[in-house]
Design a protein around this ligand. Sequence first.
Ligand SMILES: NC(=O)c1ccc[n+]([C@@H]2O[C@H](COP(=O)([O-])OP(=O)(O)OC[C@H]3O[C@@H](n4cnc5c(N)ncnc54)[C@H](OP(=O)(O)O)[C@@H]3O)[C@@H](O)[C@H]2O)c1
Length: 329
Amino acid sequence: MEYRKLGRTGLTVSRLCLGTMTFGFQTEEALAGRIMEAAADAGITFFDTANVYPLGGGDTRAGHTEEIVGRWLKGKRQRFVLATKAVGKMGPAPWDQGASRKHLLDAIDASLHRLGTDYVDLYQLHSDDRETPLDETLEALDIIVRSGRARYIGVSNFLAYRLARALGRADTLKLARFVSVQPRYNLLFRQIERELLPLADEEGLGVIPYNPLAGGLLTGKHQRAATPPEGRFTLGTAGQVYQERYWHEREFETVDAVCKAARDADISPVTAAVGWVLANPVITSAIIGASRPEQLTDSIAAVDRPLDSAFKAKLDELSYEYRFGDALR
Ligand SMILES: NC(=O)c1ccc[n+]([C@@H]2O[C@H](COP(=O)([O-])OP(=O)(O)OC[C@H]3O[C@@H](n4cnc5c(N)ncnc54)[C@H](OP(=O)(O)O)[C@@H]3O)[C@@H](O)[C@H]2O)c1
């Protein structure tokens, strides 16, 4: 495993971060434990979760993933850098979601309780809550950092202009500053190269993208079919979202071309896709997902075997059209 500083902070993170969003619904607890063990054995010391997980579990299961991660971390918390997120819906009241001062201060305590820890290393806004004034959110996060409940703060799923505003407001108000961004990024979704990644580079932010395999489509294991097989693409409404993003003829054609290029270079498509994300110099760590421990092997190989520049250029070319396109998909 390799390690890097998270942006301009002094915090060292592994170049792969283990995503946990399948734990507690698609992946039951014992299997989740084996995935975390396999990741830790490979030197992955950076774990990402969120209060709303597991994916596909609906409102009633929200929080279950943090509990599973917390039970597994018992007795070994100090060996890991732990990131979680808030903003998603966590209860029936209208204030049980969003980035208000009330919700964030409730949400951090609830996450710490489920995770069985006094602090998280990175506390992230899961998405941009435009109904709450930015200054209120920043002040609440500042309290969370100054009270020691989070070491650093970050954002996920923010547009570049909103993040630029937030950084400016934090500097003006002398509040804790976001140190990282967690965007979606893969060979089939490259829009962030146009504005968010240059902003992150200029501002010295850590970049920890999720979804490097497009939910598994870039493994090449899925056949074109009207109905996807059981797995990521069938997890209720979440599965529906993944189908809308990726389950299209054009994306299958690109995946075919990527898999052929990978075969020609004697690299597995998983190693190629994760390696392509890591090859971008602005990327700190890629957040990888797995529903079984064996799935981690080819992603881990991407760190041990960086892409050569000609192969990276080939993948850039095959996926060039995904720098543009429908921002909402
Ligand atoms: N901030 C956000 O809004 C956000 C959104 C999404 C994810 N995330 C974070 O990022 C993490 C990773 O996201 P992701 O799961 O979408 O990443 P991903 O790498 O795009 O997809 C992971 C899925 O790909 C399949 N897969 C992985 N390795 C494989 C292999 N070697 N062979 C065959 N199939 C393989 C598995 O699908 P099957 O389940 O079908 O086996 C696995 O669940 C999440 O756990 C979460 O922590 C954050």
